[in-house]
Design a protein around this ligand. Sequence first.
Ligand code: ACM
Ligand code: ZN
Length: 631
Amino acid sequence: MQKTVFRILALVLSLFPGHDLVRAADSTRIHLIPQPVSVTEKTGSFLLEPGVTIVAGKNIPVPTVNWFITRMASETGITLQGGGGGKRRISLQILASGDQDLGKEGYTVSVKPSEIRISATNAAGIFYGMQTVLELLPAGAGTMVQKAKIAVPCAEIKDYPRFGWRGLMLDVSRHFFTKAEVEKYIDEMARYKYNTLHLHLSDDQGWRLEIKSLPELTSVGAWRVARTGRWAEFMPALANEPATDGGFYTQDDMREIIRYAQDRYITILPEIDVPAHSLALIASYRGLSCTQLPYSVNAGYRNPTRDDNVLCIGNDSVYMMLDKIFTEMAALFPCEYIHIGGDEAYKGFWTTCPKCQRRMTEEHLTNVDELQSYFVKRMEKMLKTKGKKLIGWDEILEGGLAPEATVMSWRGMKGGVTAARAGHEVVMSPWDFCYLDLYQGEPSAEPPTYGMCRLKDSYTYDPVPDSVDEKYILGGQGNLWTERVPNYRHAEYMTWPRGLALAEVYWSPKSARNWDDFIYRMEKEFVRMDKDDIKYSRSAYNAILIPKREADRNFSVVLSTEVKGLDIYYTFDNTNPDAFYPKYTGQPLKFPVGATDLTVITYRDGHPVGQIVTAKKEDLARRVNEGHHVY
Ligand code: ACM
Ligand code: ZN
């Protein structure tokens, strides 16, 4: 409690100059995510006030400087003046012969009472330095101290990323997100120094990119019948029901997104998922699956039989279509890679399809894994003729990896390890640490989804397994699949704060990782996110309920929290507990006779911090039987 008072006092005092008490009370005025390589806090502050100037070296891109002026104005209400006169200035400088450590994306920020100086060897580093300066501003600067001077703490910061690939994936197929929403996502990623946005542009539920030579991909493939409610339990399309739900990006839209991302030093990695997850393609152009049956785009229903969403890879028309698609994509996207998906292909249709069987005979392929590998190798050659490199999910290892392919490891890290050992480059995104569509807290308190990936799972994972040479690990991603993400606010809720944790995993030195300190900084960040209307989840403050089997075939429940220092209060009497209810002491709880629900809440320093969470006895019993990761 006392600590909280000091922190509030420190925050208020930090808005005014010359109070050394500020440092005494809160020795860290600086709370950055991701944690930089080195931060040395100094006494004193740079006072931001009207009249502060900005001086940019000639080789710093104008959009970068303008972006910073706009962001500073929106955060503080102060518009930086050009010209360099005045008492105080912010200067930006690209170093001719830089500090070798800084690399392509590193920077230094020096805050002195008279000057904030951002230096880097490249414009990307200047941009990341700007993001750091924005995060040095007192949280809520523009709203709390209208017209007052804003104090930026004096400091020397040196920073550069651990990995060159720091990505998030957004699935825009299962639910379509507008251009404006994608751009907002890009802005949010850029705050935390992500540099890659992987767009999952096609799947069974929608095709999202205009391909001019194949207009039906978007006139048919981008649309499905509208359903709202619980994903996978929807009713299939009725006869003659209009397909009104969906959308797509025209190539002009996508060029604007690419440019928007480039201005924030983010590369757009496009994915077209083949040979499976291809129902939108199959629905648009008849005859591309082995069965050649007609389909409409899936509206979020579970197929009672096997999904017929796999391309016939014995069919030459499929390769002609893909050539057209990848030709237009290669011209549109500057990214050096195109992602071809490659995941979860059911290979059963290929075993009985005459075209696939003929292909296997002609190509001397002995099994369907080799047929899949033939397809991926052919995709690699096709992309290469268009100047692009192939990246795919780790299933592309099956039957033999294409010679120069990069592997995105999702079924754990195993695929990534195998690929790296064979000398291939790898992007890590193991589901149990990086899948942002999974539950992030007690499932009874969350919108329905599956699996479990807690904030601490994301924070404590390391993308370089022992025994693997780090040079093959390009970096990693968090992946937001959107089957159960029907709107943008929920996309934010699922992304943050796990996306903060992963930003630190991919940017900061491994040695800088510190869970308690991260939580402290995350809470500071939440204040900024509130101000900027970014939704995030507070699920890490909810109690964790783990049912444990007892010898008498019954079960007990162990309670814990991810964030340390919380108190948990509970009841079995179907009322809402508060701090006057029984406090959990560490002793596993048993349901009293007749009780049907366990209800819990967490407190910190006498105040509720988590939600009231009610778990049903039958759900907890099911979890005992199904194990930790299945819900
Ligand atoms: C995946 O999650 N199917 C890549
Ligand atoms: Zn076939």
